[in-house]
Write a protein that binds this ligand. Structure first.
Ligand SMILES: Nc1ncnc2c1ncn2[C@@H]1O[C@H](COP(=O)(O)OP(=O)(O)OP(=O)(O)O)[C@@H](O)[C@H]1O
Ligand SMILES: N[C@@H](Cc1ccc(O)cc1)C(=O)O
Length: 465
């Protein structure tokens, strides 16, 4: 589910290049109206793009940035959207900068939070920063390798931790040089502040000051990388406005911010860390298979919208996919294309191959696909807890196997469900608990056994001789 892009009837852009609706190459130069049409742009500040900014973009006189606080050990699907925004700019020859908020993570962004974040130690922040740097590196590398079908060279991207500049600025200098340009009135008006001030918990000075740090980041990037553009989720507009005001005040120049829509659940909650419903980009936390399945399971409406947001497929091809999908929705062509493109971006060709093979093996009941999967990939497909290594023992029974694989807590439950026909071994129903496990039928050539309880609970045993 996605919050709808705000309706902007009149185009808010000064168009410097024509819409590439019919071109086959995906966005050879930045086409903001086309991105807007795709639903990737929710709001803008200022709310129209002036001639000067359009020119800076077309002459590539600016870079563009988005920031991510390392408050978890992986990014998630929601964070993908600002990154995809950066990639669209990179495709147009504009240098993308990713800020990892090593400093800001210790302060805690109050945007969209009902309560203050727990303080994280700097050791954990450093570990998280290294982990999300890997996510980001992979995404840029996969995009270049699998999704950029052009001879043109992409400009290099930069990842920078904001601790790099904060470690050299002391509090007195920060307040003296930066704080004096930021007006309390504007800070108080932010939704993130108002919500907290009206709550029983109130707000700490640290969280209140967060917007000043994000504002200064932008000023610093403007001076260092000529960065006039910032992208973030729509919950970031308040922080971006603080940066916009600071830059105007200090430099007299006008920067520009764009927000992407927030991906939400059916109940309207933002997909993310705090909501506890994240689909992680790190395959140790959400397997490539589950990642693929998340997109494959989306509703027809979401799939149509997500394809525009999460893929780089040009408009014409997108229309073809959707027309073909609507002609026969049962084939789920839109969902398959979406899952394929998002998985390629995050997990590359290898990840997509594993996800497709696992889908065949688990959901399309293909014993052949199951037998050709590398036993080492099962922990990443199912999760470590659902994979058990067992010694090959000539007299082990079906009952022993399901108990040792921790499919049931009590033997009596295992016997009852097996007797009722609820246990499948390598997709074959098995009703006899005391049958001895046989190589060939129960144990596949890759030395694994797939156990399914009911419709969708999968366990794997890897046999070791
Ligand atoms: N569900 C989402 N849809 C679109 N953008 C998102 C989503 N979740 C986060 N973002 C964006 O990703 C960037 C980094 O977000 P952030 O580090 O705050 O992640 P988060 O998951 O929102 O964390 P938390 O839930 O702890 O606030 C921000 O620009 C934010 O707006
Ligand atoms: N405040 C952003 C992360 C961020 C950090 C530093 C920045 O300069 C920009 C963005 C968030 O929590 O989502």
């Amino acid at each position: 589910m996605l919050s709808r892009p705000s309706a902007i009837l009149r185009s808010p852009f000064v168009t410097t290049n024509p819409c590439c609706r019919t071109c086959h190459r995906p966005f050879s130069s930045l086409n903001l109206p086309a991105l807007h049409e795709r639903g990737l742009i929710k709001d803008m500040l200022p709310d129209t793009m002036g001639t000067r900014m359009s020119e800076m973009i077309s002459k590539k006189e600016t870079s563009v940035y988005a920031g991510f606080d390392p408050t978890a050990s992986s990014l998630h699907v929601g964070n993908l959207l600002p990154l995809i925004g950066l990639l669209h700019f990179q495709r147009a020859g504009i240098k993308p900068i990713v800020v990892i908020g090593g400093a800001t993570a210790t302060i805690g962004d109050p945007s969209g939070k009902k309560t203050e974040r727990e303080r994280i130690t700097s050791d954990i922040v450093d570990e998280n920063a290294a982990a999300i740097r890997k996510n980001i590196d992979n995404i840029f590398a996969n995009h270049k390798k699998y999704l950029w079908q052009s001879e043109e060279k992409l400009p290099p991207f930069t990842i920078v931790n904001n601790m790099k500049w904060y470690k050299d600025i002391n509090a007195v200098d920060f307040l003296g040089n930066v704080g004096r340009h930021i007006r309390i009135g504007g800070m108080l008006l932010k939704d993130s502040v108002q919500t907290r001030l009206n709550s029983s918990e109130g707000m700490s000075f640290a969280e209140f000051s967060y917007q000043a740090f994000q504002a200064y980041d932008w000023l610093h990037l403007l001076k260092t990388y000529n960065c006039f553009l910032q992208i973030g989720g729509s919950d970031q507009m308040g922080n971006m406005k603080a940066g916009y005001d600071l830059i105007r005040k200090v430099t007299g120049d006008s920067p520009y911010s764009l927000t992407v829509p927030l991906i939400t659940t059916e109940t309207g909650d933002k997909f993310g860390k705090s909501a506890g419903n994240a689909v992680w980009l790190d395959s140790e936390q959400t397997s490539t298979f589950d990642f693929y399945q998340f997109f494959l399971r989306s509703s027809d409406n979401d799939a149509a919208q997500y394809l525009k947001l999460f893929s780089f497929i040009p408009e014409k091809q997108l229309t073809e996919v959707l027309e073909s999908h609507h002609a026969n929705p049962g084939q789920r062509k839109a969902q398959k294309k979406l899952a394929e493109q998002a998985t390629l971006l995050v997990h590359g060709e290898e990840g997509l191959k594993t996800a497709l093979q696992a889908t065949e093996a688990l959901f399309n009941s293909s014993v052949e696909a199951l037998s050709t999967l590398n036993p080492e990939v099962f922990p990443s497909i199912l999760g470590q807890a659902f994979v058990t290594n067992l010694p090959l023992n000539s007299s082990i029974t079906v009952l022993d196997t399901v108990m040792q694989a921790k499919c049931f807590q009590e033997e009596k439950d295992a016997r009852r469900v097996i007797g009722a026909g609820g246990v499948y071994i390598n997709h074959q129903k098995t009703r006899v608990a005391d049958h001895v496990i046989q190589a060939g039928s129960h144990i596949l050539p890759n030395n694994i056994t797939l156990i399914r309880i009911g419709k969708k609970n999968h366990y794997v045993v890897r046999w070791r001789s």
